[in-house]
Design a protein around this ligand. Structure first.
Ligand code: KIV
Length: 273
């Protein structure tokens, strides 16, 4: 059964969140009993083949989130607001979030950052009944400004900014905060300071929950190992091998066989001759 925000916030066990981008992804995640599904804008990298999340549009997110929802009607679903859809003012952010909630059936939206502008957006959305998950540490949408896709919070400046940002997001009304690619000890400190759950990716075991990009945990891309993830399957290799076997059997006329073919009565065929 779908977990409510208070249930998620008072979970005794670490929260389990995975990303999903389509109907089968939603079905698998729900069948596995995860606590939350994130329709992440990592969609851009792992599904749409972009080299960053920047080109992902609100339309892309809505299209994919609707499919996830059809596969996972009973799981708490968070949808990322993509780059540019909440940066041009509170009204625009509100419009983007309302579209996501209305058109996808999402339970919450997620946005990156904790600048004064973003905090104002978080406050407005949550006051208007739209649950918001925050996101600090490495923020892929604005990674260029952070000096690339690199660990944050190792130096005084970024450690302080990450801690203050997480605290400010909770104060603005976020029901949970993602901590991405920060040292485990900083994540522990933030998790102690916040009363809302932290969900880590590359932030150590001390967070209140963990999230992984499903394509990373499934091993969809052969030879792409990431420090922050663990491959629990080799779906990429299995997919390639299955297609290779199919291709070999087609070329050898070993597929299809009689079992895969439909029969026809002699007299019906005879008339055609
Ligand atoms: O887009 C995404 O998948 C994310 C997770 C990495 C937290 O934001």
């Amino acid at each position: 059964m779908k977990r409510s925000i208070p249930e998620l916030q008072h979970s005794d066990a670490p929260l389990v969140m995975v990303t999903a981008y389509d109907y089968p992804g939603g079905r698998h995640a729900e069948a596995a009993g995860v606590d939350l599904i994130l329709v992440g804008d990592s969609l851009g990298n792992v599904v749409l083949g972009y080299d960053s999340t920047a080109p992902v549009t609100l339309g892309d997110m809505i299209h994919h989130a609707r499919a996830v929802r059809r596969g996972a009607p009973g799981t708490f679903m968070v949808v990322d607001l993509p780059f540019g859809t909440y940066h041009t003012g509170v009204q625009d952010a509100m419009r983007s979030a309302v579209r996501v909630i209305q058109e996808t059936g999402a339970d919450a939206i997620k946005m990156e950052g904790a600048t004064p502008e973003i905090l104002q957006v978080v406050q407005t959305l949550t006051r208007n009944g739209i649950p918001v998950m925050g996101h600090v540490g490495l923020m892929p949408q604005t990674a260029t400004a952070q000096g690339g896709l690199r660990v944050q919070g190792k130096d005084d400046g970024t450690a302080r900014a990450t801690l203050d940002g997480a605290v400010a997001l909770e104060a603005a009304g976020a029901f949970s905060v993602v901590l991405e690619a920060i040292p485990a000890r900083l994540a522990n400190l933030i998790s102690e300071r916040l009363s809302v759950p932290t969900i880590g990716i590359g932030a150590g075991v001390g967070c209140d929950g963990q999230v992984l990009v499903t394509h990373d945990l499934l091993g969809v891309y052969e030879g792409e190992d990431k420090k922050i993830a663990r491959r629990y399957a080799e779906v990429g290799r299995l997919s390639r091998e299955a297609i290779e076997t199919y291709a070999a059997e087609v070329r050898a006329r070993a597929f299809p066989t009689k079992e895969n073919s439909f029969v026809m009565k002699d007299d019906v065929l005879g008339k055609l001759y």
